[in-house]
Each structure stands twice: as structure tokens, then as C-alpha cells.
Design a protein around this ligand. Sequence first.
Ligand code: LRH
Ligand code: MN
Ligand code: MN
Length: 388
Amino acid sequence: MGAHIAIKQRLLAQQIETPSWAYGNSGTRFKVFAQPGVPRTVEEKIDDAAQVHAHTGIAPSVALHIPWDKVEDYGKLAKYAESAGIRLGTINANVFQDDDYKLGSVTNPDPRVRRKALDHLLECVDIMDATGSRDLKLWFSDGTNYPGQDDIRERQDRLAEALDAVYARLGANQRMLLEYKLFEPAFYTTDVPDWGTAYAHCLRLGEKAKVCVDTGHHAPGTNIEFIVAFLLREGKLGAFDFNSRFYADDDLMVGAADPFQLFRIMYEVVRGGGYEREAGIAFMLDQCHNIEAKIPGQIRSVCNVQEATAKALLVDREALAEAQLSGDVIAANDVFMDAYSTDVRPILAELREEMGIDPDPVAAYRRSGYQDRINAERVGGNQAGWGA
Ligand code: LRH
Ligand code: MN
Ligand code: MN
């Protein structure tokens, strides 16, 4: 019982950021499905993110993607978010949706295009100054499709040059998160394809550069929890982009495909001290609802991360260490599985009641009438995300 109280205390401290682009219409390259009630403005995306926070109690910030979320006055937008009960979080740069970036952005062979991409990244830091955001998230779609298309080494030099310039522009309390992805849209080489490449660049850059692990960005079978353990140990884990995948970068609801993997990741986070606020790990969602309703989809994902975290916190670390040190493989695995197999839903329901929210956030959202209201009010919503 005492253990449950301690776990609830620790769960109270959890904060999960939702992405603005999850609230707009999205789809695949085959079809974008329009849904009723999707936001027409950045403010409406913020309103929707505030709903997720209202029903979960642990999603107090929303990440922006520039220029998808471009506005005139970012200071005003930050105030708007505050009045909606949340805050603006990570600024995601976008150097992948412009005709100029066909052959790359910061690694493009053409210096004019490189300059344009760099200017955008620097503008994102200006935006962070206005919003008060701590993190700049960089993901580059840069790469090549054919052997010989461009010089792999020179592209690394160009990347390093751009990263240096952005790093030099960061304020004292700002950080750069470098996100890797195995492939897509480039199919032969990708300039930041894996955690090792991201880590090497971040190490060279310094303290303010950290790696972002998007759970959908690995080859099948990759042991993501090992990457998490390693980066945390090196002080280089900066953030997560949580989503689920069955095949590639599927961007499905978090914990839907493999809740056990999510638990294993969260265990390494807890084990490595990454759950403490001082570790500065940003827990973000990066999922794009394709066929499911957007706000309940985000609520579900936030709850799934919370559930995996509760289980990770339940692992009896003492018993585990004892079994590990005595070389009792079966006993060690038992301790681990025991935590995973525990039904934590009653603890979470209790926690939510103590927080003054409904024990079933998705059901509470459905009952709230918010969806009916936005369906009626918001006519002509924009696609906010891929293909925008
Ligand atoms: C790339 C990615 C990256 C982008 C987001 C929209 O696949 O994960 O984080 O910013 O998707
Ligand atoms: Mn991502
Ligand atoms: Mn992705």
C-alpha cells in the first residue's frame, strides 16, 4: 500500500507534451481524411490540447511546428495558451516541405538552399525567445535516393556547419534536440539515420545538444530501451517522440502496437534517473491520427504512457538487483514481469480522483460535449500536418 502511495506521488509529477499537428487532419501519402471539428487556427489547436490536459491532468504543454503553426505574434500566442490553461512547449523546425529542399535542406549541395534552411532554424530560435520555449527540435528529411547521388561525407560537413550555427545562437537556457530517423523520405542514405550519428553530432556540439528518440524511427527489432539506457548514462538523452509502429514510421497511438516495449523503455528511463525533473527529459507525443478521432486519440496515448510509467515505477528494484547479482535469471525476469503484469488501472483511477479529474479520461471527454461543440462551430478546418 505504501508503495502505491509513493508511486502515485511520482506519477503526479509526470508531464507529457502533445503535438499541435495531431489535432489537424492527417493521413498518408495516399489520402488525407478530413474530420469534423478540426482546428482552423493555431489557437484552436491550443484549445484542443488544453482539453487533453483538462481530462488527463498531465499534458500541460503543446509543441509547435513551424511554419505549420506560424503566427504574427508568438508572445501573444504564449499568453493565449496560458489563458487556455497550458503552455507552449518545444518548437519543431520544418525544413522538409519546400520545393527547394528536394535534394536536402542543410545538407543540400546548393549553398543558397543551405542558407535558406539555416535561416529558418535560426528563426525558430527567435520564436523560442518569444514563446519562452526551452527546446528546439530538429529533424532533417535530408538524404539521397541513389548511390553516387551526392557525397555522403560532405553532407555530414554541411550538417555540422548548420548545427554549429544554430547551437551558437541558443540562449543560456535553451537546448537543441537532434532527432534521427532510419529512412523516409530519403531511401538510400539519410544524413541523420540513427542514434549514433545524432549522438556524435551532439557530443561535438556540447551540453545543450541532446538526442531525441522517436520510437517509430528504427529498424524493426531494434532494442530501443538499450538506446535509452545508453544515452541516459551519457547524459545525452533529451527527449522522446512517442508513437507506435508495426512496420515503419506508422505514427500510431502510443503503446498500441507494443505496450511491453513502452514499459521496457519507461523502466530504463526510471532506472537511469530520467524520470527526475532535473534530468530534463522532454516526454512528447508524435503521433498523427489517421482514422481515429484526434482529441480522444491523444488522451488515450497520454494515458498509455502514464500506465507504462506506473508499471515501470512498480518494479521492485531491490528484489531485481538481488536476483541479478545472484545470477538468478528466472527470478530477475519474474520481478520484471511481475510489475508489467500488474493491473495499474485501479491506482490510476485513484490518482485521477485525487487530482479531481474523472477516472476515465476518454469517457469523460466523450461526455463533455466539447466534440459536438467544435463539430458545429468549426467549419472548414485546415489540414495541419503532413502535406499542409
Ligand atoms: C519525422 C517526424 C519529425 C517531424 C514529425 C512531423 O518523421 O517524426 O518529428 O517533425 O515527424
Ligand atoms: Mn518525430
Ligand atoms: Mn516520424
